[in-house]
Design a protein around this ligand. Structure first.
Ligand SMILES: C[S@@+](CC[C@H](N)C(=O)[O-])C[C@H]1O[C@@H](n2cnc3c(N)ncnc32)[C@H](O)[C@@H]1O
Length: 259
């Protein structure tokens, strides 16, 4: 067994475990000692990892699905909007968490991903989820829900996060009919630490040197990372929001709408 370096984090840092091996075992243990996800969701996650290896990492992990399910049930959420659905794994997670009397809406602009998501919903007898196909920058402002959403999950293109946030805030003014998000509802921004680059783009961060592919040279300086910084700043500075930027997974920014 090779020896991995051991680091002792200062108080308050999220580096809870002495090395990657221990962190992996602790993660596995936590997953197996948390609420069990329905088998069709575990199976679909594994199926996508096998059949779409290039894009499977778009999906939330099963551990993150457990956390989101716990959150939905804790706040009694029944109506959820998701921006960025890929092939439907997180949509199925929300659907199962809200139960048959809940309703989930996904926004996805890629027709082939949307078709795969719709097939998966049908194949798994999911009847409380719908998908709106189109650019969410255009479809989001057209939504006029009869009841406001309890949760809005932002997981589409990172460069759009700030616009999604300002649209949600503008369309959820107190006292307005058909507001998007209810008072006390959550805006959940996924990937808001983006490989840690949002908080640390110094050369200390090995992800800065990672090759994200020909379309994404010098990713650490990209519009994605810049917009996520702007997004996190806009959330924490807004008096209408109270948030917790949770440093788990790729960073998940949980913001509660106060009014
Ligand atoms: C990270 S993936 C979503 C993963 C999904 N939430 C899950 O956990 O299974 C992001 C998705 O957002 C979609 N997307 C990107 N830009 C979009 C836009 N402007 N409007 C709608 N969907 C968009 C992409 O096609 C992709 O499927």
């Amino acid at each position: 067994m090779s020896t991995l370096p051991v680091s002792y984090p200062a108080d308050g840092t999220p580096a809870l475990y002495p090395n990657e091996r221990v962190a992996k075992r602790v993660g596995d243990y936590a997953e197996s000692h948390s609420l069990r996800m329905p088998q069709h969701i575990i199976d679909y996650h594994a199926h996508i990892q096998t059949t779409r290896p290039e894009t499977a990492n778009y999906m939330i992990s099963i551990a993150q699905a457990q956390a989101l399910t716990f959150l939905v049930k804790t706040i009694g959420a029944k109506r959820i909007l998701e921006i960025g659905s890929y092939v439907g794994l997180s949509l199925m997670t929300w659907s199962s968490a809200v139960g048959p009397d809940g309703k989930v809406t996904g926004l996805e602009f890629d027709p082939s991903f949307a078709a795969a998501a719709k097939d998966a919903l049908a194949a798994n007898d999911v009847h409380n989820a719908e998908l709106i196909v189109g650019d969410a920058l255009e479809t989001l402002p057209t939504l006029t829900p009869s009841e406001p959403y309890d949760i809005i999950f932002i997981d589409a293109q990172k460069s759009g996060y700030s616009r999604y946030l300002s649209t949600i805030l503008a369309l959820s003014q107190p006292g307005t009919p058909n507001r998007l998000l209810r008072p006390g509802g959550l805006i959940i921004g996924d990937n808001t630490l983006r490989c840690g680059l949002v908080a640390d783009d110094s050369s200390d961060n090995p992800w800065r040197h990672y090759d994200f592919g020909p379309q994404r040279p010098e990713y650490w300086k990209s519009a994605d990372v810049m917009t996520l910084k702007a997004y996190n700043q806009a959330v924490v500075a807004n008096d209408r929001l109270e948030n917790w930027l949770c440093p788990l997974w790729d960073g998940i920014n949980l913001a509660r709408m106060v009014d």
